[in-house]
Ligand binder design. Structure first.
Ligand code: ACO
Length: 383
């Protein structure tokens, strides 16, 4: 046996297939207390961060917590983000003509890939840092992709507008109400960062290879896309539509759970109680819609689903996750279900890029080990 080859008897065992309870990084960005149903972001309780800042301020707070120097002010982020949206608009013709995507999220994945990690000196966006270029581009590209799906031409950004307001304006080609801009701001701030979730871990792994911020963002978006992570809100709305009316709630849930289906919008790897973000969105959607019929129906389905899940899975503490009311809130804002994951990414890029900054400072390649369970050469297997 030569060199560094590990013998069968020395193979380390994997602790859990989902890396549960493995601490992968130290971070000053956010902390999830799954037992207490508490989320701290950049030193704020998430509910207070929403009250204190709009999205630009929350992004500034995250990047400051990540050690970015000089620490950006909310006004500086607003100004740079406006310029980043304008620069990103230049990519839209090429993105829309490429037609290499099936969904808005796949389109966003292609669009973000068009940004350079290090732009050359002729690029229009060369003086805007990558974390802000990515954030600006995500809003402009998502709005243009949604409009293209509906056969509508893109709407140019307004660099002077707030980010949430400008996104809704680019999406609809009309200025949103203050309440709508406020509701979207509440959403974007609330989901901007959330501990070591799958997409954030992906971003940190890529950052640890020094591939660059844009590459880390694109990789993280790929992880976010899956329905067990950020892809659940669309299916939540499909579920509400499929249930259809009150009489069908009980029979529908019974059939799905008995068939082993996972109810979208319920359960979380870390939260064992109700996700605090679900309450922020529940409040925002109630204000926005005045608690309309759709919201009342969603609440009834939620109550019945929790009861059914607790009866069917007594050993597990399954509660409502934030994707449930994300779906209802973004639907009330007129965001099509196909675009919900992209809107999630528009917010989470603030967190991913802050984690990239932290990881780049750590400077060490993330390189775990695996436990080999395959066949061994015959002479060793016999030993
Ligand atoms: N519906 C039905 N059963 C569920 C659900 C659910 N939503 N969630 C968990 N369970 C069941 C599982 O089937 C399993 O049952 P079993 O032991 O009888 O096989 C048990 O509860 C434990 O499931 P795990 O997968 O081990 O729980 P985990 O903590 O890994 O799951 C996850 C977390 C993936 C989010 C899961 O709850 C799920 O699939 N939920 C639905 C999808 C969803 O809402 N995703 C969005 C998550 S929030 C976010 O990422 C931003």
């Amino acid at each position: 046996m030569s060199g560094n080859v590990t013998l069968k008897s020395e193979t380390p065992r994997v602790s859990a297939s989902g890396l549960d309870n493995v601490v992968a990084a130290e971070t000053a960005l956010s902390h999830v207390d799954g037992e207490a149903g508490r989320l701290i972001v950049a030193g704020y309780e998430v509910e207070d961060l929403v009250k204190a800042h709009d999205f630009e301020g929350a992004a500034a707070a995250l990047w400051t917590a990540a050690g970015l120097e000089p620490a950006p002010s909310e006004a500086e982020v607003r100004e740079a983000l406006g310029r980043a949206r304008e620069a990103a608009y230049g990519y839209i013709p090429a993105l829309l003509s490429s037609k290499c995507h099936r969904t808005v999220t796949e389109g966003l994945r292609s669009g973000l890939s068009m940004l350079a990690d290090e732009p050359d000196r002729h690029a229009a966006d060369r003086d805007i840092p990558a974390h802000i270029r990515a954030l600006g581009a995500a809003a402009v590209m998502t709005a243009a992709l949604v409009r293209a799906e509906a056969g509508k031409s893109p709407v140019a950004p307004d660099a002077r507008a707030g980010h949430a307001e400008d996104f809704l304006r680019m999406l609809r080609d009309e200025t949103p109400s203050d309440a709508e801009a406020e509701a979207l701001n509440a959403y974007l701030v609330t989901v901007a960062d959330h501990g070591m979730n799958a997409s954030t871990f992906t971003a940190r792994v890529i950052a640890s290879t020094r591939a660059g911020t844009i590459s880390a963002v694109v990789g993280a978006l790929c992880a976010l896309k899956g329905p067990l992570h950020g892809g659940a809100p669309g299916p939540v709305l499909d579920m509400l539509d499929e249930i259809g009316d009150r009489e069908n709630i009980g029979p529908w849930l019974e059939k799905e759970i008995a068939g082993g289906a996972r109810l979208m919008g319920f359960g979380h790897r870390v939260y064992r109680v109700r996700d605090p973000r679900a309450d922020v969105f529940n409040k925002a959607v109630t204000i926005l819609t005045n608690g309309n019929e759709r919201v009342r129906f969603a609440r009834e389905v939620e109550t019945a689903a929790l009861k059914a899940l607790r009866a069917a899975k007594p050993g597990h503490r399954i509660d409502t996750n934030m994707e449930y009311y994300t779906a209802v809130l973004l639907e009330a804002l007129g965001i099509p279900r196909d675009a919900v994951t992209s809107v999630f990414a528009m917010a989470r890029i603030a967190g991913w890029t802050a984690h990239v900054m932290e990881q780049e400072r750590v400077g060490r390649l993330i390189r775990p080990q695996s436990s080999y369970v395959g066949d061994w050469p015959e002479d060793e297997a016999a030993a």
